[in-house]
Design a protein around this ligand. Sequence first.
Ligand code: FPP
Ligand code: MG
Length: 324
Amino acid sequence: MKLNSKDLAFLKSFKRDFDNDFSKVIAEDKRLLTYRYAREIALRVAEGGKRLRPILVYLAASLAGYNDIKKIRRLGFVIELIHIASLLHDDVMDDADMRRGKKTVNYQDGNSVAILSGDYLYSLAYRMALEFEKPIPEIISVAASHLAKGQMMETVLSGNFYLSFSDYIRIIYNKTAVMFECAMKIGSMLGGDANISKKLSMFGRYLGYGFQITDDILDYTGSVDLLGKPILSDLAEGKVTIPFVLSRNCSNSSEIKKMKQLWEEKTDFAAVKDWVIENDGIALAKSVCLNYIKKADNLLAGIKNCYEKELLTKIANQTVFRER
Ligand code: FPP
Ligand code: MG
């Protein structure tokens, strides 16, 4: 099932309403962000995302029978603020110069400003999370800890040619899937049906795996224009991701030896990419991704049919075939 024009119109209007209020939340925050320079940076980085996590909060809340849109949107702000904060920090760690089609804050204003802007957005998110009843703030805080843990694992294991499939899965569970799970968990908790909440939380987790696997595939096969960020950056950063792991696992020892040397030299990324493609790394990674999306879809079986459920299924499927 593909997104049709009605779905695209719905997502566009969701994003427009979300973005309007989101920039107000940042612009009108008087407690910490009275310094104009900092406010401008925060507003700049808040622009341009897909708002996927807030949409998940909304769909999960709706499927759980909750419809106070103002409250749902505010919960979406919390998740999106944490997401943006983590990207600011990630770009410092990756020394990235482009994100969402624009120059990164670390590139334009330096690492210190990027780190502090991330710190500010994270603290704003947590302050807003406290508006919600227990255990929502704690769930969000634990998810953010996982985010940091996933990023730490990735950092420590970076440069390891022999990264295992299970370590890769552990990294993406922490750095991506947990936040998707959290978005759907807290959204559905607003409705108060524990059974639906359990299913939707797991849906979020599987979708998160699928999303990060696609992100890692697109780093090999995507277009800079569509993604708004450079490609083959994982290879440049010495990061081994799923297409690489799976092609390496299908290669014989003499080929692995050759590839290790090429990978370590960090000069001919195109040759490493060709090797990954020739050894089915992309196709195999896509099938792992599809498997997670199927698992996610199966969880919706017991939930009554409605527009929100249909849209969630389509978003999950779109995640595998997305180009941006
Ligand atoms: C992008 O991954 C980065 C993440 C999914 C998470 C980054 C997490 C942190 C920096 C920890 C932050 C912690 C708190 C508490 C805010 P990627 O580099 O694979 O994707 P990219 O290609 O979009 O950069
Ligand atoms: Mg990165």
